[in-house]
Design a protein around this ligand. Structure first.
Ligand SMILES: Cc1cc2nc3c(=O)[nH]c(=O)nc-3n(C[C@H](O)[C@H](O)[C@H](O)COP(=O)(O)OP(=O)(O)OC[C@H]3O[C@@H](n4cnc5c(N)ncnc54)[C@H](O)[C@@H]3O)c2cc1C
Ligand code: SF4
Length: 325
């Protein structure tokens, strides 16, 4: 696995980086921690003419709390720094736990939170070397016109495996995308697309600069199933939040990930809990409904039947944990 030639630039300011990105007209790629983008380049999945290293831009590496309790996290904060940040450790234990469970500490020492949200989608075909793939037809993602995972699929069904997206969606986070001369705010729940190839709404000339988390007093949790936690991507993951006054549940959020092309907010499943509470029977029926709400599942990384059971188990685990069992 070797790199082809590419140019490397390290802008001194965000503005300079945005101008370089705009000028490249889609031929440059953003480099943050590089744990995903460099691996994919070595695998020959894409070959940008230029890498624009934004990792050390001072505008993107701050964590701050606003007077109203809103948390702002710069997109290039390293995962390791976020785990060690006293504000996140003390006030956001579920976010801390989620980030702590992302990959190994070697990866977390390099990886950034923005990169973790923009992480490319994966499948067993693109996870192989170029030499291995060259023995087969190219797929949609490698300039072909088929999908090897689902032969009849008109689109790429590669999986989004970002763990941090799930908990941040439950926390109602939104992200700021900047391009030359302007910025826009995007609720994280609207950031992902149901398309393994073009999996976020970021435009080619935009940089994700900040993650904003509103004040949050819900009970939150995150859990995932991985063959070897700390090394492997999740086979399935869930983040959830519940607000309760007395026995009455007043808000529920459930987001599952690593199962389809995008993190999925289970709105109808949450409504079952909202209407029925957190009793055993209601949790059981919510877990069964979650499988239906997840829709079509592929056999990517595990069998469909296993994934269906996994969704049930994750929803049950999340709701019983939040109930306080
Ligand atoms: C062995 C291994 C195990 C892993 N296990 C897990 C796991 O369990 N859970 C999990 O969630 N993840 C896991 N990951 C993925 C890991 O979290 C990501 O590789 C990492 O977070 C990416 O961050 P980065 O800063 O290195 O991004 P990069 O590799 O630099 O970039 C990733 C992508 O995002 C784009 N990008 C990065 N920053 C920005 C920005 N600010 N604006 C616009 N685009 C941007 C890049 O252009 C690129 O397309 C694993 C990775 C490895 C290598
Ligand atoms: S899921 Fe996407 S990347 Fe994988 S083979 Fe199908 S088209 Fe290619």
């Amino acid at each position: 696995m070797q790199f082809s030639d590419f140019a490397y630039v390290k802008p001194a300011t965000l503005e300079e980086g945005l101008k370089l990105l705009q000028k490249s007209k889609g031929t440059a790629q953003i480099l943050a921690g590089g744990t995903d983008v460099l691996f994919n380049m070595k695998m020959g999945l894409f070959q940008p003419e230029t890498l624009i290293n934004i990792k050390s831009l001072p505008e993107l590496t701050n964590v701050e709390e606003q007077p109203d309790g809103t948390l702002r996290i710069g997109a290039c904060c390293r995962l390791t720094d976020l785990i060690g940040h006293p504000l996140i450790a003390e006030r956001y234990p579920a976010l801390n736990k989620t980030i702590r469970g992302v990959a190994s500490w070697h990866v977390r020492n390099m990886a950034t939170i923005g990169g973790s949200l923009c992480l490319d989608t994966r499948c067993w075909y693109t996870n192989q070397s170029k030499e291995w793939r060259d023995a087969r037809e190219p797929c949609f993602k490698t300039d072909g016109d088929i999908c090897h995972v689902i032969k009849s699929s008109p689109d790429c069904v590669a999986i989004n495996s970002s763990d941090s997206a799930l908990i941040l969606m439950v926390m109602d986070a939104h992200v700021t995308a900047a391009k030359v001369g302007t910025t826009r705010d995007i609720p994280l729940v609207d950031f992902y697309r149901d398309d393994g190839m073009d999996h976020t709404v970021l435009a080619p000339d935009e940089i994700l600069t900040m993650i904003t988390v509103p004040p949050c007093s819900d009970r939150l949790m995150f859990s995932k199933i991985a063959p070897r936690e700390g090394l492997d991507f999740s086979l399935g993951a869930i983040a959830a939040g519940v607000t309760q006054s007395g026995d009455k549940v007043s808000a529920v959020k459930l987001v599952i990930g690593s199962l389809i092309t995008q993190p999925l907010m289970l709105k109808n499943t949450a409504k079952i809990i909202l209407d029925g509470g957190l009793g055993d029977d209601v949790i059981k029926s919510a877990a069964e409904h979650a499988v239906e709400e997840a829709g079509l599942l592929t056999n990517l990384y595990s069998l469909v039947a296993y994934k269906r059971e996994l969704i049930k188990a994750l929803v049950k685990r999340a709701l019983t944990e939040l109930r306080g069992d």
